[in-house]
Design a protein around this ligand. Structure first.
Ligand code: PLZ
Length: 446
């Protein structure tokens, strides 16, 4: 295979003729319920570039929604997957197990925060990991209620739709949802701070507000689990105020409530730590892991305290494909790559680079209300000039301008006004800064 040139290049207008052709086929063949961010079809990807079928090379600031963190088709993953496919593709771990599954669990038990005895179970998707974490928490506590937070995103299956906060496009028309799901207020420093300065900066205060709602509306005696993203992903890359997570965790420990960290988007070196919980010094009871774990092969996990995760009866957890051997081989190669190539440190460098560039942009442009995030998970919240009112229209225009200029960038946020950056950690500084420069130019023109 020829190496992929690490430069942005527009060979045609975006989308080009071959992508337009494929889009016609897609419209005829693929359910219109499946949305698409950018109407270009991928041909190859690696480093910091996605090449489309028309020969356009796009700067990748999305990593397929935080999945190809170690770079697309990462060399060790390619080798490991090839070797595993040639040996066997599937036996089902529940029928005749294989070493790769066990080895992935050993690594996860080692890599996740917390020194006590831990165990893991493997599944296919982020949503499936969340569903299983809740099954485990219910089995362990003998209680049923689950609390999730404002702006939360946990998936699109029935239970996880119920846990996800935003109606459009995730839930609208798809109910009824599972019972015993409750919602508590999050710590959202930028928006809390507009209302009450202390609340914006003091995570303990924000946690007390949430605990009060939980106490009054659910009661700890009924609550099996508290489920939270340590940095919210789809909800807007919201980093809670310091102390918020630790205060919630301490309350959970006092009340026999299982604290589940959904690290599906934040995990696996993305935030400048192996897991985002490390930044807050907390050790969750259970952690949901997916996305970056296997460089795009479908794999997810629940890892946590042995006492809790062993609570379900034998055969209470499982699934045909969970911990597929090819996905496990990819995960082992991913872990090796992160550790040998120092990618956790690389994510921290990317944070410094991006925050420097974006804060300078913010200083000159009051439509950038907030710059936030950690590691290679950085966002800007766009507002109407001179206000804090969300500006989803500006966000849409900026993103479509970026797409036309060959920069793959995504949005998020309850109000649709957050531009989020999730570059692969293998992107060069030059490409990363070029991507941000393109955005800055488009923003200046709008
Ligand atoms: N938990 C924190 O970010 C997936 C979803 C994109 P699955 N986020 C991207 C979309 O529009 O479907 C996600 C997440 C967090 C759970 C999930 C769900 O992971 O692998 O998509 O099921």
């Amino acid at each position: 295979m020829t190496t992929l040139d690490q430069s942005r290049h527009l060979a045609t207008a975006i989308p080009g003729p071959l992508s337009i052709e494929l889009t016609k086929r897609r419209t005829d063949a693929v359910s219109h319920g499946v949305g698409v961010t950018m109407p270009v079809f991928a041909k190859r990807a690696g480093g910091g570039i996605i090449e489309d079928v028309d020969g356009n090379r796009l700067i990748d600031l999305g990593s397929g929604i935080a999945v190809t963190t170690i770079g697309n088709s990462s060399p060790r993953v390619v080798d490991a997957v090839r070797a595993q496919v040639a040996d066997f593709t599937h036996t089902c771990f529940m029928v005749t197990p294989y070493e790769g599954y066990v080895a992935v669990c050993e690594h996860l038990n080692r890599l996740t925060p917390g020194s006590g005895e831990k165990r893991s179970a493997l599944f296919n998707s982020g949503a499936e990991a969340v569903e299983n974490a809740i099954k485990i928490a219910r089995a362990y506590t003998g209680k049923q209620a689950v609390v999730a937070f404002d702006h939360a995103y946990h998936g699109r299956t029935n239970l996880t739709m119920g846990l996800t906060a935003k109606s459009m496009p995730y839930k609208s028309g798809f109910g009824p949802f599972a019972p015993e799901i409750y919602r508590a207020p999050l710590s959202y420093p930028y928006r809390d701070g507009l209302v009450n300065k202390d609340l914006g900066s003091n995570g303990e205060l924000a946690a007390e507000r949430a605990i009060d709602v939980i106490d009054k509306q659910i009661g700890a005696g009924n609550l099996a689990a508290l489920l939270i993203e340590p940095i919210q992903g789809e909800g807007g890359f919201i980093v809670p105020a310091p102390g918020f997570l630790a205060t919630l965790l301490a309350w959970c420990r006092d009340h026999n409530v299982v604290f589940i960290a959904d690290e599906v988007q934040t995990g696996f070196a993305r935030t400048g730590a192996m897991f985002a919980c490390e930044h807050e010094g907390i050790e969750p009871d259970l952690m949901c892991i997916a996305k970056g774990i296997a460089d795009g092969m479908p794999l997810s996990a629940v890892t946590g305290r042995a006492e809790i995760i062993d609570a379900p009866h034998a055969s209470g957890l499982g699934g045909t494909y969970g911990g597929n051997p090819v996905a496990c081989a990819a995960a082992l190669a991913t872990i090796e790559t992160i550790e040998l190539d120092g990618l956790v440190e690389r994510a921290a460098q990317i944070e410094a680079l991006m925050k420097d560039r974006l804060s300078r942009l913010q200083a000159d442009d009051d439509r950038i209300g907030d710059v936030r995030g950690r590691g290679a998970m950085i966002a800007v919240e766009l507002v109407k000039s001179g206000t804090s009112e969300p500006d989803p229209e500006l966000t849409k225009k900026l993103v479509s301008g970026a797409h036309a200029a060959g920069v793959v960038v995504l949005t998020c946020g309850t109000y649709g006004n957050v531009l989020r950056f999730l570059p692969p950690l293998t992107i060069s500084d030059e490409l990363l800064l070029e991507g941000l420069d393109v955005l800055a130019l488009i923003l200046a023109d709008l």
